[in-house]
Design a protein around this ligand. Structure first.
Ligand SMILES: [Zn+2]
Length: 143
């Protein structure tokens, strides 16, 4: 172990994330309107989640929007007790992967229950939220 004293910073940090959404804007507007939608490639029919700016299958960029519904089943989850810096204001939380009826997988927080009540295969529903900055996002809740 070194005899050098450790350096500490006690300054609050502000994190800012700029996420380009110009080609997936419809998805974010859909969340605000209570719709959970994603991109379906007009060329090859590939449906992806999250919505894509270019098709990961054929690389074309022409899409239609399809409704995914809001029902999912719990595939797996993790309980985060030591929160990362960007979520330091949050209580411990559950991050889950849910499978939608169409087979697509979605990553989101699972709200409203503790890890002892999260059961693999249980029915969940997607609900919409807004961040304190007013940005829409989605979570799972137990159905
Ligand atoms: Zn395609």
């Amino acid at each position: 172990m070194s005899d050098d004293p450790a350096l500490h910073s006690r300054r609050p940090l502000t994190l800012r994330f700029d996420i380009p959404i110009s080609r997936t804007r419809e998805f974010w507007d859909g969340l605000r309107d209570g719709r959970f939608i994603t991109t379906k490639c007009k060329n090859c029919g590939n449906v992806s989640f999250p919505p894509q700016a270019d098709c990961p299958n054929c690389m074309k960029g022409e899409f239609e929007w399809v409704d995914l519904g809001r029902d999912a089943k719990l595939l797996t989850f993790t309980y985060v007790q030591v929160t990362p810096a960007s979520f330091v204001e949050n209580d411990p939380y559950i991050i889950a992967i849910g499978e939608l009826a169409k087979g697509l997988k979605v990553l989101a927080w699972l709200e409203g229950i503790g890890p002892e009540d999260a059961k693999l295969g249980m029915a969940m529903r997607i609900e919409f939220r807004a961040s304190k900055e007013g940005n829409p996002y989605y979570v799972f809740v137990k159905a």
